[in-house]
Design a protein around this ligand. Sequence first.
Ligand SMILES: [Zn+2]
Length: 230
Amino acid sequence: MRQSELLAALEEWEGRLAALSAESEAVSRRAGPDPVSSGLVRQREEGEARLRQRTSALRQLELEAANLKERATRHERALYDGSVRNPADLQRRQHELDSLRSQLDSLDERQLEQIELVEDDERELVRLDQALQERAQEVAAARAADEQRAPTRAQAEAAARAEIAGLTAQLPESVLRTYRRISQRRQPAVARVVGSTCSGCRLPLPHRIVEELHGDQLVLCENCERILLL
Ligand SMILES: [Zn+2]
């Protein structure tokens, strides 16, 4: 095998290992606390606090209304049962009754608005509960799948490491250094020559370069510096 072929194989295996490592990291993340669930739990706590606050505001309005109603009833009784005869007194009571009734009307409106808010909060909590349940199922399913694939993943990682070690052992240190240097800047670092064109940068290669490729020395593309592979 030419050095360029070994390097191409090395690059491929390193790519596979990187993908497997990224997958392992994702698996570890999924095994830990789920940020989506935590966010939903937080939202639910906020929603519950809001619901408590709005429910207590509604109770307050109800108490206020009951109080106003009681006062209005007292005035009505006094006005219509004939117990109050003084015209000034009657007028004052009538005036107060009118004021109480208009206060009750506006209180009614505020109560209705508050009831709507409380109902919104209740619906939101139901929605969050559903979302939490669905998310818990998703997380459980993902973790089960991760666990099932764990042995295969470990095998694949071990195989990739073995391949990489085997290929690295066949290559001189200087060649590996060149490969690493290029790999840091260009991906892939090894580019196949297709019809005397570098597949990395898609520029045509001089005849001389293509000729050099038949030897075992590393040949780099003069344009993109990639290692050329015949
Ligand atoms: Zn090139």
